[in-house]
Design a protein. Sequence first.
Length: 80
Amino acid sequence: MRARTILPLLALSLTPACSSTISRALWPIPPANLTEPCPPLEPLASPATLGDLLQDGIQTSGMYAECAARQKALADWTKL
């Protein structure tokens, strides 16, 4: 009698359960150029002029645009 209750429980415990996580084998790895971190911002030299501030603003906005484009490409890639 006891073997009759243990055997089905043992069989059920060996069956895989449904899982909400995605297996790493099924989820492809994104391209390396999309997963690079954004470059760090360089600090300004201490005696900065208005021209230095303008140049830094232009450079920073360009770096931001490149990083934003890369992040958008990664987001688009994950929707495939």
